[in-house]
Ligand binder design. Sequence first.
Ligand SMILES: [Mn+2]
Length: 419
Amino acid sequence: MAIRLLAQLIIHAIAEGNPQMTFNSASEDLEEPFANGKGGIATAPSGTDGDADDPVQAVRRLLETHRGDRQLVLMQDFPDPDALSAAWAYKLIAANYKIECDIVYAGTLSHQENIALVRLTGLPARRWIAAVDNPNLPNYQGLVLVDNQGTTSQLYKHLRAAGLPLVLVIDHHAPQSKLDAEFIDLRPHIRATATILTQYLQQGLLTLDRNNSKHTKCATALMHGLRADTNQLMHAGASDFMAAAYLSQFYDGQLLSAVLQASRSKRVMDVIERSLRNRKVRDNVSIAGVGYLRYDDRDAIPQAADFLVTEDNVHTAVVYGIVHDEDEEREVVIGSLRTSKITLDPDEFIKEAFGQDSEGRFFGGGRSMAGGFEIPVGFLSGFYENSEYNRLKWEVFDTQIKQKLWRVVNPEEGMINTD
Ligand SMILES: [Mn+2]
C-alpha cells in the first residue's frame, strides 16, 4: 500500500514538474493581506527548517504559550470526515501540551459514513446548542477553528460575542473573512485539513505510536478525511499523497473499510428513490426535486445527486428539496450539483443559475460549498396543516428552480413551461 502510494506520488510530482515538496503559501493568493492580531498567516517557503515562517513551528510555539488551557475546537454545522479527523488530531496534539480540548459542532451528523466514523473510532465530538448561556463556557480559555473560518458555524458568532478569544484557525478553504486569531494556518492550495494536521504529526508535534489504539484510529480517520476531500485521492495534490503515505504506516485498513461500508438509512433511500422518480433528463443533465425533507436528512440530497450522475448519458445531476429545521423554525431550499464533465465548473453553473440575493451574496458555489446551494424560503416559510398549501408552495419553488437551471443548460429555452 505504502509503496503504491509513493509510486503514485512520484509520478504525480514528476507530472507537476515539482519533485520537491513545498508548503503552499496562502498569502500569495490573498487580494488583501490578512492581518491578524499577534501572529501571522502561515507563509512557509520551501526549504525553511525551524524558520519563523514555518506554520508548524508557529503552532508549536502557540501550544507552548497556552499550556494548561482548556480549548473549544469548533467545526462547521455539518462536520465532514475531514473536519472530524482534523479536529481529533488537533485534540491529541494539544493534549501533548497539557491543553484539554472539547470538539463541538452546532448542526448534526447526517451522513451515514460520518456517523460510522464517529462510532467506530470513538471520535470525541459532540453537539453543542446553546452557546451564549452555556454554563460550561467560562471553562474555556480559547477557541480553535478547524476546517472552517467561522462562516459555516452558527455557534461562531455567539462564542465570540461571549468573549471567547480566537486562538488558532487551521483551514484549507479560500479566505472568507477577516479573523483576529493569534495564528492562522490557512492553506487554500492544500486539498484537505487532514493533510495539514498530518504534516503537524509528521513534523513532530505528536509522535504516533502504532501500539496506541487511539493513534491508529485517529490515523484511520485522517486517511478517511483526506480521501473524502480529494475524491478518493483523484483530486489529491502532492502534499496529500505525502500525507497519505505517512498515514499508511499507522492506519487500520479494516477499520477504514468498515467506515466506508456504512449502510444508508431507510429515509436516505427514500429520498434517493424520490429523486429517481422525479428526475427529468435533458441535454445530458438530470434534475430532480425531492420535496420536503427533515433537517437530519439533508445529507440525502448530495447522495441522491451522486447516484443520479451515474446514469448513462448523464454528465450532470442536480437534486434539491425544502429542508425544514424545527429547532430554528426556518426553511431553506438545499441543493446539490454533481458533474463528471471536466469543462463544467459547478461554482460558475450555480452562480449563473441562481444569481445573488439583495445583499449581493451568491446562493451557492464558492470553494466552501462547491456544488451546493441554499436558498432561504423566507416569507413563505413554515409548515402548514393545510397539505394543499404545502403542495402549492413546493410547486412554486420546484418550477422556479427548474426554470433557472434549464436556462443555464440550454439558454435558448428561457420561457416558463407550464405544462
Ligand atoms: Mn475540508
